[in-house]
Write a protein that binds this ligand. Sequence first.
Ligand code: SF4
Length: 85
Amino acid sequence: MEYGKPCRRCLSREACGEDLAKLIRERIAGLPEEMKADEELYRKRLSACLMCKDLIGGMCAKCGCYVEIRAARIQGYCPAAEKKW
Ligand code: SF4
C-alpha cells in the first residue's frame, strides 16, 4: 500500500490497509468485556466519526487516537468541543 495524501473520513482498513485494521481489531478484542461499548453504541459512534471532518486516515485529528479503539471503550468520548458522541 502506498502512503501519501491523508485519507479523510475513512476508518483504518480503508486508510491504511488490512495490517493496521488487524492490529486494531486485536487491540479491541483484548479489551476486558466490562470496558467494551456494546456493538450498537460502537457503530453509532463510528457513524458520527465517518461524518466528521476531523477523521483522517482512521485517526481523530483532535486527539490522535484511532477512532475504532476510542469508540470501543465504554468510557470513550469524542474530544471535539461539540462532543459528537
Ligand atoms: S472529533 Fe469526534 S466525531 Fe470527529 S473524528 Fe474525532 S472522535 Fe470522531
